[in-house]
Design a protein around this ligand. Structure first.
Ligand code: FE2
Length: 349
């Protein structure tokens, strides 16, 4: 049952509201039904960005400003319902970052947690806390909160990836800190991919103690994740809502890889249509392989490789794969579950 709407505004009440307004007070009964809603009510709308168009604009930006001058040469994917707020959902940010051959995106750190999902190119690197990883299409790379990070491209081709950050969440808490390293690149102090070997091989160093809320692995290579899906699909054990869907984990505790954001990789076999599904975590999807269409809150969008689309909180999602498809996604589910807010509705599935 809904809460009651705002009571009638009589002249006496209006005069009273004006008086209390002058002392920075307001009547709850005028706004209660608006701020405590029976179900999620969001300004965020479903939307899709075509990669081909985005790439052309990014390359144009590459001629306008260097990665160094920009600090990060990124075009923000702004939700059409949230223009001017640098948000793809109410709580999350998304951007497409371009690093051209020979460029460096200088070292810095911030309270915000970041993920990269590689869309185009190969061979650029990200360095996190003294360790480099070389990025390939489909790799999922994390930057934990307050970790030094820089990006460089020693390959011969432009490199484009999706940046996902919890910027709006951190802004909501007024908890943003950031600083520059003072040099383009931090010194490399660890062997490339040391963390993947050390923490990503179903083993942990015997006396390992967790030093922070994020996974100690910072590159989850696509080759490994894709191989897992390939093996699992032989079982033909499809979830009606998700096909085959895995979540990226922190191997230390089995939780999500990052403290605020959850990330997933799913496979939909050719011809599969998911049952309607909705959850309170508005979700950003990046197509890796295949073509299909998704209905998001009643609106249909066709997609292909590298396209990006967003579904608002509690909007019903139906995916249909015309070809076998692999889709990466991220949301604020990690934060919502810690706060006891997350809900899902699997329909009749
Ligand atoms: Fe950053």
């Amino acid at each position: 049952m809904s809460l009651r709407g705002a009571p009638e505004e009589t002249p006496e009440r209006k005069a009273f509201y004006d008086r209390i307004d002058a002392v920075a007070m307001a009547p709850l009964w005028s706004v209660l039904a608006e701020i405590v809603t029976p179900e999620p009510k969001s300004a965020c709308v479903p939307h899709l960005w075509r990669f081909a168009e985005a790439k052309a604009l990014l390359l144009e930006a590459g001629g306008l400003i260097t990665a160094k001058e920009a600090e990060r040469r990124v075009l923000i994917l702004e939700n059409p319902g949230l223009r001017g707020e640098s948000k793809i959902t109410t709580s999350l940010y998304a951007g497409l970052q371009l690093v051209l051959p020979g460029e460096v995106a200088p070292a810095h750190r911030h309270s915000q947690t970041a993920l990269r999902f590689v869309l185009d190119g190969a061979g650029a690197h990200t360095a996190v806390e003294g360790e480099r990883t070389v990025m390939e299409v489909g790799d999922f790379v994390i930057t934990p909160p307050w970790a030094w990070h820089d990006h460089g491209n020693h390959s011969a081709q432009p490199m484009i990836w999706l940046d996902g950050l919890d910027i709006p969440l951190v802004s909501f808490f007024d908890a943003s800190f950031a600083e520059g390293y003072g040099a383009d690149e931090q010194p490399v102090t660890r062997q490339t991919d040391d963390s993947l070997a050390r923490y990503g091989s179903n083993l942990l160093p015997v006396d390992f103690e967790s030093r922070g809320p994020a996974s100690p692995i910072f590159n989850y290579p696509y080759a490994r994740s894709r191989a897992a899906l390939e093996q699992m699909k032989r079982q033909e054990d499809w979830d009606p809502c998700h096909g085959l869907k895995l979540r990226y984990i922190n191997p230390v505790d089995g939780g999500f890889a990052m403290p605020t954001m959850a990330t997933f990789l799913q496979l939909l076999p050719k011809g599969f249509k998911t049952a309607g599904y909705r959850s309170t975590d508005a979700t950003v999807f990046a197509v890796v392989e295949g073509r299909g269409r998704s209905t998001l809150g009643g609106r249909a969008f066709g997609w292909g490789p590298k396209d990006i689309f967003v579904a608002p909180s509690w909007a019903r999602i139906i995916h249909e794969a015309e070809e076998e498809a692999v889709i990466f996604s991220y949301s604020d589910r990690a934060a919502q579950q810690k706060l006891g807010l997350w809900r899902e509705d699997r329909g009749n599935a």
